[in-house]
Write a protein that binds this ligand. Structure first.
Ligand code: UD1
Length: 421
């Protein structure tokens, strides 16, 4: 298995092009299932998760084409559905496959979607997705590890209060409701920028969605959706990761295409550490050269709160801060898998339940490490950039799921790292 070998201790200095958001691209790709016309997507990132979604959609009957010379341009065309099953092998590899459930049910009146099972960061059930679809008239059965959803009388608009904020459930229900009879009102919705991006795409396809980005989303069902062209938003998690790469290495990075408005509260927390983040004409510039960063407490929350997908990277940053930081994870129950690995690099971290107290140290030391999920893996890359000596990050396939061109982007800024088989 590949690993990334990093020679740390060099301030990064350079310019990085921010890629499009994986978590925005995946749901808009699933939206292609809702129409018989082509959905033209610009700015789709080149990632393993995107390939997994492409494979699933192809299996379901979507023609996927790319225009030569236009990287990131993808046309998805589902003239008719060839299958209504999202199989275990694909769902197991990529949980976002459950985003096929709402669209399949809305278009075909039936869906078989494998239950995803647990994952490295927690149990992650899909009960809210299912309860919302039931509220819209779906009949849900569990059979051999699969959810079998049918709509004996078609989906009907409903009012549904989500018991907990869920990004995926908001997306699935919003997509299903676009083709339901009547009006659906969803309460306690996730407000992430990726939800707004999906609603923009669906509205361009002829859907009638209002309120995306707030806790209350209203969807007036329509007879059919059409094709559309849509550009995927920049990746705020990738952006935040490179902001912290500049911080942890005491360097300076320009991030072209970054959009600070997508950060939510994370922007203020990052600035509170002493990182200087300024907007530029085409993105932002982050400067961490001035001084050692301060310890800052964060608690993960649904958007606009501090993103759980930035928690591991922020913890790596706090490992070398001046002072202590209390990091509390409220979204996933098991998202401190990076802690034992950071400890191996000389970090001082105490975990009590859902909180980790990080006491900053002067410097980290390189070590062989490995992580069990995407964001934890990249937090170890960040730690390796700051550490003295050699860090080997194993299980690189996690990084390929979510960071397009990670090594080349970091290398452009002077990082010394390579992938070895
Ligand atoms: C999405 C993101 C993921 C991010 C997460 C939280 C994508 C492809 N993935 O995941 O990167 O970390 O949002 O910002 O966009 N829950 C239930 N029942 C449900 C659904 C969720 O209990 O039916 C719980 C989850 O276990 C978790 C919390 O709700 O504890 C939030 O999960 P959710 O927002 O649904 O995350 P995802 O959409 O899976």
């Amino acid at each position: 298995m590949d690993k990334i070998v990093i020679e740390g201790g060099r301030p990064l200095d350079g310019r990085i092009e921010v890629s499009a958001a994986k978590n925005a691209a995946l749901p808009v790709m699933a939206a292609a299932l809702l129409t018989a016309e082509p959905l033209d997507l610009d700015n789709v990132p080149d990632l393993a998760d995107i390939s997994s979604m492409r494979r699933l959609l192809q299996l379901l009957g979507v023609d996927v084409t790319h225009k030569a010379g236009e990287p990131g341009h993808m046309v998805l065309h589902c003239r008719e559905l060839l299958s209504t099953t999202a199989p275990y092998d694909l769902v197991r590899k990529m949980r976002a496959s459950v985003l096929a459930l709402g669209p399949l049910l809305a278009r075909a009146g039936e869906a078989w979607v494998s239950l995803p099972g647990g994952c490295a960061i927690g149990t992650r059930p899909i009960d809210i997705h299912l309860a919302g679809l039931e509220a819209m008239g779906a009949k849900i059965d569990l059979d051999a590890g699969y959810v079998h959803a049918t709509t004996p009388r078609g989906l009907t608009g409903a009012e549904y209060l989500m018991p907990q904020v869920s990004v995926g459930a908001t997306e699935n229900l919003m997509m299903a409701a676009t083709l339901a009879r009547g009006t659906t009102v969803l309460h306690n919705c996730a407000r992430e920028p990726e939800i707004v991006d999906l609603a923009d795409c669906l509205n361009a396809m002829g859907a009638r969605i209002a309120g995306a980005g707030t806790a209350h989303v209203t969807i007036e069902g329509v007879e059919a959706l059409q094709g559309a062209r849509h550009r995927v938003i920049p990746d705020r998690i990738e952006t935040g990761t490179y902001v912290m790469a500049a911080g942890i290495s005491r360097g300076r990075i320009e991030l072209a295409g970054a959009d600070t408005r997508l950060f939510g509260d994370a922007l203020g927390r990052l600035r509170a550490t002493g990182l200087v983040i300024d907007e530029t004409e085409d993105g932002l510039v982050v400067d961490g050269r001035e001084r050692r960063l301060d310890g800052v407490d964060v608690m993960t929350q649904p958007f606009p709160g501090f993103a759980t997908d930035l928690q591991a990277q922020f913890m790596a940053l706090m490992c070398v801060a001046d002072g202590a930081a209390m990091i509390t994870e409220t979204i996933f129950e098991n998202r401190f898998m990076h802690v034992p690995e950071l400890l191996r690099m000389g970090a001082r971290i105490n975990v009590q339940g859902s909180s980790a107290l990080v006491r900053g140290v002067e410097g980290l030391k390189g070590a062989p490490v490995m992580a069990t999920d995407l964001r934890a893996s990249v937090s170890l890359v960040l730690a390796g950039l700051a550490a003295e000596g050699t860090t080997e990050v194993n299980r690189v396939y996690h990084l390929d799921r979510g960071y397009a061109g990670l090594e080349s982007k970091l290398r452009t800024c002077g990082a010394r790292l390579e992938r070895v088989a």
